[in-house]
Ligand binder design. Structure first.
Ligand code: SF4
Ligand code: SF4
Length: 346
């Protein structure tokens, strides 16, 4: 995002405060400095040279980049990218942070190397110009799910969001460039992680036509889903956690799909879109705030009494599992694609 785009976005804000109610950080800290309106006002103060970088960067660092403020914003301020870019500019990653990120990504990279030879075992794609954007964690685990079987899986790099939020613009741009090249060569791109899709939708180099090629797993769900005879979730209660980065249309399609499965009790939950608190590497930098959000989510899950929690983001999966452990609830959490693969006849 260029400085001009950032300025235009800041000017669009009408200071209406509709973004406050859903902000997970505001709900915990009750401090308007940590809301979208507060951050936009501060950035505007910085542009007018009334506030210093130091007075803003501390608050920018606390933003989860969850995009919940964007959902309610009548002026369509692109808060996620404005805050992520400004944070990266004000707080560029230091050597120590880069090592920290490298150590964090190391298990994923090692797993990926271990599994690289399994690539040859993939079934031949039957829809090869539709690309599957397999996220870093799924790639490392090397799960061959139904998505691998029907789509071509080129080597996309990380969506870039973990780099950008860690202040590493150089690696963000590198990942973005490679991914854009691959997107241009594909007729469609299918995502099964809501955060990856949101991050790629934010690539400013993609035009509207190219963005319309970016689709979600919600458009590629089995048409007449049938539970396997021996499924352990027969007659069990299942809930779905909506990742903050998932759009409402994709969520509606997934809810309709889950409701249509005979033999499970899909329970719509009022708190399905409460943030899980993990936000990529957020938990590592802000463990106290993140744990408070995780516990709030875990308490809301407990009320629904589920046997299984489904979602569509590996980071949310980790956050939800962590929440189950620290709240002594121990309900299983699965990625939707894994549930389809293991429990449905497809
Ligand atoms: S991105 Fe999330 S945490 Fe940051 S201001 Fe918006 S709602 Fe709050
Ligand atoms: S909802 Fe949008 S326009 Fe309203 S204060 Fe928040 S960022 Fe500004």
């Amino acid at each position: 995002m260029q400085e001009d785009d950032i300025k235009k976005n800041i000017e669009k804000c009408s200071r209406c405060a509709l973004c406050l109610q859903n902000c997970p950080i505001y709900q915990i800290k009750k401090d308007e400095n940590n809301t979208a309106r507060g951050l936009v006002c501060k950035l505007s103060g910085y542009e007018k040279k009334v506030l210093s970088k130091k007075e803003i960067s501390k608050d920018l660092k606390v933003c989860l980049n969850c995009s919940k403020c964007e959902e309610n914003c009548p002026s369509k301020v692109n808060t996620t990218m404005v805050f992520a870019y400004k944070n990266a500019k004000f707080n560029p990653s230091k050597i120590s942070q880069r090592i920290f990120l490298l150590v964090k990504l190391l298990p994923i990279k090692i797993l990926y190397l271990f599994n690289i030879f399994k690539k040859n075992q993939r079934e031949k794609s039957i829809n090869s110009n539709v690309a599957y954007f397999k996220g870093c964690i799924a790639k490392a685990q090397h799960k061959n799910t139904y998505l691998d079987k029907i789509f071509y899986t080129p080597d996309f790099l990380c969506c870039g969001l973990p780099y950008l939020t860690a202040g590493d613009i150089k690696n963000y741009e590198k990942a973005k460039k490679r991914n854009i090249d691959l997107i241009k060569k594909s007729s469609k791109v299918v995502f099964d992680c809501a955060s990856c899709k949101k991050a790629v939708m934010e690539y400013i180099e993609l035009d509207e036509n190219e963005k319309s090629k970016l689709l979600f797993i919600s458009d590629f769900l089995p048409k007449k889903p049938e539970l396997k005879e021996n499924s352990k979730y027969k007659n069990k209660t299942i809930i779905f956690h909506k990742p903050c980065h998932m759009n409402k249309n994709d969520f509606k399609k997934i809810e309709a799909f889950l409701s249509s499965i005979d033999g499970i009790n899909y329970k719509k939950s009022d708190s399905s879109d409460l943030c899980c608190g993990f936000g990529g590497s957020y938990f590592l930098y802000h463990p106290i705030i993140a744990t408070k959000i995780v516990l709030k989510k875990a308490a809301s899950i407990k009320k629904s009494k589920p046997d299984l929690i489904l979602t569509t983001c590996p980071s949310c999966t980790i956050g939800l599992r962590f929440g189950q452990i620290i709240s002594f609830n121990f309900k299983k959490t699965l990625e939707l694609r894994d549930f389809i693969d293991k429990e449905l006849i497809i």
